[in-house]
Design a binder for this molecule. Structure first.
Ligand code: NAI
Ligand code: MG
Length: 353
């Protein structure tokens, strides 16, 4: 199959780390003659917005729809409000393409030290419900500015949406021979939506008798991420809880420079989107020092989604080889290497595997 990939480098360090990722993918194509992949790059970013008054063309989503996957850098620029960059580009892609699963590996790579004293072999995934829950625009404010002001923010959980996230988590666990799924809840205090979450997760778990369901309140679970992260295999969480847990998870395995993510449309009727957890990092943009690993690993998740788990594994092996055997380290990992030195080192390691 000849995969068609849409590449959106975005703003800030986005284009810098995407550039290294393209180097890695080109090497991979050379090493494996069965891998056919073509790229079209779209510079729909803040600069585009400043020139055109919109962040993507009117038919932007129509255009992206035809691709097998979207490789995304990061978006965000001080000159453009986040309402535009996030809500007119990323959110429409996630929503219209029904990317209702946000998939985030939390794996301590060889050669990386966890800030936890007993980091050991942390290796689990967070499956975050990506389409509903706490992040809704239902609600409003009354009496703005007055002492009596009230704000209401509604949380919307549907049986269907919750079941799809839970089923994805259990199927992932089964496919990867995991023994447990951990659900993040707060049904002691949030008695309507979280009770529905608990019930639905429990019902789905009964279809998977070989996999144990552990359910924890989110506050306790946050503490367990620090005190015993090695116990987790698959964590399933609502939109807000999953968002918070993924940054915590990222921190315990070495930080944003190393954390990939996938916005998945499991049915495959629309493209899925692969992007690092981090943003455009304006504080280091243009200096050539961003760590490209999160972006390169996100491309590995893309290959896995496209059915090439073998090549995804090869990329992660190459990253680990560099971290273990070479002196190459970007500043976020305590070194002085540049973005491009890190990318080149990973390309060289690929050629040695
Ligand atoms: P950020 O993730 O861009 O940066 C947070 C900190 O982590 C900064 O100190 C940055 O230098 C560092 N960092 C991030 N990625 C790194 C890498 N690859 N290598 C080394 N260091 C790295 O988050 P921040 O500063 O809150 O947001 C900046 C902009 O990015 C904002 O406009 C925000 O809206 C946007 N953003 C976009 C996202 C996306 O495109 N999906 C996600 C998160 C933020
Ligand atoms: Mg977040």
């Amino acid at each position: 199959r000849n995969y068609q990939i849409a590449v959106l480098p975005g703003d800030g360090i986005g284009p810098e780390v995407v550039n290294e990722t393209m180097k890695v993918l080109e090497i991979l194509k050379k090493l494996d003659s069965t891998l056919h992949m073509e790229f079209d790059t779209f510079h729909w970013n803040s600069e585009y917005y400043l020139q055109h008054g919109e962040i993507m063309p009117k038919n932007g989503l129509e255009t992206l729809k035809k691709y097998d996957a979207i490789l995304f850098g990061a978006i965000g620029d001080q000159r453009v409000p986040d309402e535009v960059t996030i809500w007119k580009l990323i959110m429409p892609i996630r929503k219209q393409f029904n990317q209702y699963i946000n998939f985030r590996p939390v794996k301590l790579l060889q050669g990386i030290a966890s800030p936890l004293t007993d980091g050991g072999d942390i290796d689990f995934v967070i499956i975050r419900e990506n389409a509903e829950g706490e992040y809704s625009n239902s609600g409003g404010r009354l009496y703005p500015g007055f002492e009596q002001e009230i704000a209401v923010q509604n949380t919307i959980f549907t049986r269907k949406g919750t079941a799809k996230a839970a089923r994805f988590a259990f199927e992932y666990a089964k496919r990867n021979r995991k023994r447990s799924v951990t659900s993040a809840t707060k049904s002691n205090a949030i008695i309507h939506s979280m009770k529905l979450w608990d019930e639905v997760v429990q019902e789905i778990s009964e279809e998977f008798p070989a996999i144990k369901l552990d359910s924890y309140y989110i506050d306790a679970l946050a503490a367990y991420f620090v005190s015993r992260p090695k116990d987790f295999e698959v964590v399933v969480a609502s939109n807000l809880f999953g968002d918070i847990l993924s940054d915590l998870g990222s921190a315990v395995v070495g930080g944003l420079g190393l954390s990939p993510s996938a916005n998945l449309n499991p049915e495959g009727d629309y493209p899925s989107m692969f992007e690092p957890v981090h943003g455009s990092a304006p504080d280091i943009a243009g200096k050539g020092v961003a760590n490209p690993i999160a972006q390169i690993w996100s491309a590995a998740l893309m290959l896995e989604h496209l059915g090439r788990a073998d090549l995804a594994g090869v990329i992660v092996d190459a990253i680990e080889r560099v971290l273990l055997e070479k002196e190459v380290r970007t500043p976020d990992l305590g070194g002085t290497s540049t973005t491009s030195e890190m990318g080149t080192a990973i390309c060289e390691a690929l050629q040695q595997i």
